[in-house]
Design a protein around this ligand. Sequence first.
Ligand code: ADP
Ligand code: ZN
Ligand code: ZN
Length: 752
Amino acid sequence: MTLNKKENKIEEQQEGMLNKYALVLTSIKGIGVKTFSYLIPEDMKPVIKVGQPVSVPFGRMGLINAYIVGFSNYLPEGIKAKNISKILDYTPIFDIKYLKFLEWVADYYFCSIQNVLECAVPVKFLSGMQKEQTEKFIEFKTFDNATKRQIEILKILQETGKTKLINFEKQAKTTRATLNKLVNLGCAQITEKQIFRNPLEIFKQQELEPFPKLLEEQQNAYNEIEKRLGSYNNILLHGVTSSGKTEVYFAAIKKVMEQGKNVLFLAPEIALASVLTQRMARRFGIEKTAIWHSSISDGEKFDVWNKIKNNEIRILAGARSAVFAPLKNIGLIIIDEEHDSSYKQTMPSPRYDAKKVAQKLAELNNCPVLSGSATPDINTYYYAKNSGNLIEMKKRYNDYPLAKVRVVDMREERFRANNGIFSRALVSAIEQNLRDKKQTILLMNRRGFSTYTQCMACGEVIQCPKCAIPLIFHSQTQTLKCHYCEHEQPMITECPKCGSDAIRNCGTGVQRVELVAQKLFPDCNIARLDSDSLSKKNQHIEILNDFRKGKIDILIGTQMLAKGLDNPNVTLVGVINADNGFNLPDFRSCERGFQLLTQVAGRAGRGDNPGEVYFQTYNPDFFGLETAKEQDYETFYKTEIQARENFDYPPFSQIIRIILSSKNQYRAERSAQEIAMRLNDIVDNRQLTEPIAVLGPNPCVIERLQEYYRFQILIKNKLEEKGRRFILNFLAQIKLPEDIRLTIDVDPIDIL
Ligand code: ADP
Ligand code: ZN
Ligand code: ZN
């Protein structure tokens, strides 16, 4: 097998027997992930395999670690290969099938296979040389030959039984030297055992939790799923919030495990994945469950990889990157809250959608993908419905009524001279809720204090020096931040254009809502949850815990609030600006707005107390808002799918977005024009103008980003795989000057 760079392809060959050279993958500081060729010593030939970790000499760095990814009998010209020094582990950590799967990802998203490997394989292990962690245990053997003092210690040991050496030292108030003597006398024995660094370890295994009896609707849903196990399918479980989807997932997991297969469980976010993993560990056993996401430690990842390798992990849960964990023998892939946009990686390449990748993985494993949501992605719903794989649950558990939503027309508030952020109706509802000792959630889906900072004398809006985007004032840090790049600067005191000091922060962000709420409701506890409040790791988990315990009366935040919060004491939800999000120049903005409002409304009234929701808006008649008010997904879907069809947007086409960017505006525009022209030409020549529409180039909505001017070409492909291949073949031939960047996003989640 070789990793053919030019064709981005892996040629199959699992073993090295007939080859001279092995291709190894490693990660070198400053160079990144790369493959290199090495000679296979004769004695290694019968045993060397793809997926084994090896140790190889690398220039002045001496020996480094690498993975075998292929074999060949030829060397690239001008290269002299050295010998592989050692096979570090004979059990391969991945196989050819796995590499083939990664190759598919590289091909689909049009990026290099190195890119995908970098994101999929924890190559950091290689440079850091992760080792298994072991721990010493001591146990009692005999009192023979021991002195009086030693017998005292041995008595304690006998009583304690086999125990950790360091713990015992403290317990018996003795030293390592004394204990070593006991070992030498044969009175005690010390053994070493590998320990598994499980991030779940803090949740010590208790009794396994029993499975509740499913309600009728749940049972029906489960039956439908069970029928589809054992073959590739894309099932959608569309259930209103609190309909009990989790129990349906768990019943399906149980079945799949009984069939001897493994389960991959994806959640949109680390916090949600952690909560779910804890629940699964309680149900299925902590030793069979593991979690995988970008912020578990390398040591933990390494141990999980090893456990996966030994097929000890039966359920792996995680955020989007878990789709690349080399779990084998998969019988079911569950994607919870499947509408969530964080399943798509937007930066850096590969710009993969874990949902799409999961489909491929399911196809390879011949098993179903079970997606679940109260507000499914329009595409998922469309495909599930048309393939007869849509399962619906319409009742809430315990028949809790859906929260009552009131739409507050803010134009009327203005007309009545209320220029504040809060309508009078919302203020009195919050006051009442505080008196009732109930909790409130306020959503303002905009980070920062304001939305732009302007000079009142000359009208100048302060922009990011690198992006064509206004900077946003953050009150805690007293800085101006760009939300699209890393730029941050102190708040200005005078206008950079005219020098006036009449600077004003205009518009409303979540921090301003917090400040105003503190003034309006001074005697209650208010906390804020957004990505800026997450300075400390796990801080959001703390905030959510405090909220759950009732220590917080009003929780104010961005969309993070709408995700999975399940708190029975929340009876009031206020959306400060329900229009926000609906008006972005993007074909999915309606869908996103609807999903956010419906999800956040679902946070109210989960317990025995009925919920109340307020949507403050300037556009009360908008259909996205009206359907969210009724939590009426079907009606929203019907209107939205019609609009998609009218404009040939997904699911009626596939969008491929091409961005050309350069620090030189003119050159970026010119190259975009040229590519669009050539693309149009070949599309015309093949008479594909109808099924492959080439739009643009146009400046992106965000015209300049991190110093690069951006122009985009949008392709609407109605030929599915054939069309994608046609376009990517065209793009593969493009050669661009150094200063021009080409970004290709297959199935983008937005077109800003
Ligand atoms: P969803 O994910 O659909 O929003 P959940 O799975 O969170 O809903 O379920 C809502 C609540 O109902 C949870 O508190 C859950 O424990 C409870 N529940 C669901 N199904 C059952 C069941 N069959 N027996 C007992 N409790 C259940
Ligand atoms: Zn000015
Ligand atoms: Zn910027």
